[in-house]
Design a protein around this ligand. Structure first.
Ligand code: NAD
Ligand code: MLT
Length: 532
């Protein structure tokens, strides 16, 4: 497989991929048309914050399976477009948290003690001892906006340096804040007004974009602002003005709305604003961590194993994956058969789990069933985009679970409906993970699902199966296997055939000409019959 790396990552990540036998190509200057060309035959793309992975990029990358973000923020990746194209987006959210927190603390002190400014003047030969009177953090209040992974690490460190903590984060509760010795406030302004130092640790989202503007800076008063989260959260022009003309005491920024920061930025004209070029995660340890985490996720995607930090694919615990993996295929196949048999506009899908499988986290199995249902209709469908396709088409998806499984250890049933009619296909695994379809539309069967299949409904009368055999024989189609299911003698029967070839339209018409045969459906599944 080909892996394209468009932002520098640690060599350990690249080596891991090469050692696993994959081709790794680096292209750190790629953008625009050159990037679109380069992703044309790429199976995995690895980026940091420098590459904009737009819908156009996904459109130009038909083989792409995964975009690995060697870091946390994915605001440079169009995750919705990735989902539409069935591409997994995975970040590496843990490896650089400490580095980002340490940088935040360093920036807090650097701003409070004017370290970069004093260094610059001394480097120019000026002993400006009398010009700097800094502020201690001890006994001051730290306002933390966003108490997630990085915010928590910052809180721990600055709490231990004698600061009182107030937190604004609408998605956590008081107990969580209290674990970090912090008081949770309901209102951003309350947090800003009380803080002597404000540190931002939210993602860049529509709701956080521009969250700190002129009014909020006014509310902060004579405090310091530190932003090592994302550019765009703070209004840079308003901040430059608020520090230059008051009331804000100073600011320390590692991230900017446009990166690299333009030399014309008003921030660079203000002495009490200090800046670093997005260095929060730039430690050896952090870069090695995120590069390795990202490489492992790319390998998992190549092996169809769970991608631990996938942001747009159903997740599954790595330890549980071996138990559910065989059922992915059962669900996919049951979905394919059900959709092809109903043959109508599907408006709802129910996936039922019985027995041991009902104890598991089945999100991925349901996604696999949806993949099966949509595969006759959609060209590029996989477990990543199948739930999205259902949502886009307004198709209701439900799951049901029961711990009892009639006659089997585990059963997966996919039921599709067009609003009127409903059709169910139930599958299981026999010993040795041998998939079987054990019920179709209420009929008990024992069918091996693979290759070309034929499902015929007919009156349960002598001679009908013989007729079907004759028509298939005359059409030159060999029968590899067959199972006849009937509920009552002389009632309706449902017969499932495994065929070596697809049956022609003429042969289907010949079968339907016999009034004892009520329906004939051809099903195409994956897999050859050679080893069955
Ligand atoms: P996280 O998802 O663990 O935490 C984010 C927190 O923000 C969550 O607790 C969430 O509830 C909170 N939040 C969301 N919306 C909010 C809102 N409107 N108001 C207040 N709080 C809100 O993320 P993280 O891993 O802690 O990363 C935090 C930020 O740091 C991200 O923007 C990330 O990209 C950035 N980051 C930057 C660097 C760097 O190099 N400078 C390195 C790592 C992370
Ligand atoms: C991140 O989101 O992880 C950081 O921005 C670090 C980076 O990749 O530079």
């Amino acid at each position: 497989m080909k892996v394209l790396v468009t932002d520098p990552i640690a060599e350990e990540g690249i080596a891991t991929l090469r050692d696993a036998g994959h081709e790794v190509v680096t292209g750190y200057e790629l953008e625009g048309e050159a990037l679109l060309d380069a992703v044309g035959d790429t199976h995995a793309l690895i980026v940091r914050s420098g590459t904009e992975v737009t819908a156009e990029v996904f459109g130009a990358a038909p083989s792409l399976r995964i975009v690995g973000r060697a870091g946390i923020g994915v605001d440079n990746i169009d995750v919705d477009a990735a989902t539409d194209h069935g591409v997994v987006v995975a970040n590496a959210p843990d490896g650089n948290v400490r580095a980002a927190a340490e940088h935040t603390v360093a920036m807090t002190f650097a701003a409070a003690r004017s370290i970069p400014q004093a260094h610059g003047r001394l480097a120019d030969g000026e002993w400006a001892k009398g010009d700097y009177l800094g502020r201690e953090v001890n006994n001051k209040t730290l306002g933390v906006v966003g108490l997630g992974r990085v915010g928590q690490e910052v809180a721990k460190r600055l709490d231990s340096l004698g600061m009182d903590l107030v937190v604004y984060d609408p998605y956590i509760n008081e107990e969580r804040a209290a674990q970090f010795g912090a008081e949770l406030v309901d209102d951003l302004d309350d947090c800003l007004a009380r803080a002597d130092f404000v540190t931002i640790h939210t993602p860049l989202l529509p709701e956080t974009e521009g969250m700190i503007g002129a009014e909020e800076l006014e509310t902060m008063g004579d405090a310091y602002l530190v932003n090592c989260a994302r550019g765009g959260i703070v209004d840079e022009a308003a901040l430059a003005e608020a520090v230059a003309d008051g009331p804000v005491a100073g600011a320390a920024l590692d991230v900017f709305a446009e990166e690299p920061l333009s030399p014309d930025s008003p921030l660079l004209d203000v002495d009490d604003v200090i800046v670093t070029p997005h260095l929060g995660a730039s430690t050896e340890a952090a870069q090695e961590n995120v590069a390795l985490d990202t490489a492992r996720q790319v390998l998992a995607a190549f092996e169809d194993e769970p991608v631990v930090n996938a942001l747009n694919a159903p997740s599954v615990d790595e330890s549980a994956f071996p138990r559910i993996e065989p059922y992915l295929d059962v669900a996919d196949t049951a979905g394919k058969i059900a959709a092809q048999l109903l043959g109508e506009r599907i408006s709802g899908v129910e996936v039922g789990y019985e027995g041991d499988i009902a104890e598991e986290d089945v999100d991925l199995v349901t996604a696999s069933a949806l993949k099966g249902v949509f595969s006759p209709l959609e060209y590029e469908v996989n477990a990543v985009n199948a739930p999205q396709i259902a949502e886009d088409r307004g198709i209701g998806v439900t799951e049901s679970k029961t711990r009892q499984a009639e006659d089997f250890r585990s059963l997966v049933t996919v039921t599709v409906t067009d609003g009127d009619a409903e059709l169910s296909v139930r599958g299981t695994l026999l010993a040795g993970d041998d998939p079987r379809i054990v019920r179709i539309d209420g009929y008990r069967v024992d069918a091996r699902p693979y290759g070309q299949m034929l499902v015929a409904r007919n009156r349960d009368e002598p001679g009908v199966i013989g007729l079907i055999g004759t028509v298939l024989g005359e059409a030159g189609v060999n029968i590899a296997g067959m199972f006849n299911g009937r509920e009552t003698i002389g009632g309706e029967a449902l017969t499932v055939y495994n065929l070596d070839d697809r049956l022609s339209d003429d042969a289907v018409d010949r079968l339907l000409d016999d009034d004892r045969i009520t329906s004939v459906d051809r099903i195409t599944l994956d897999g050859a019959d050679a080893d069955r």
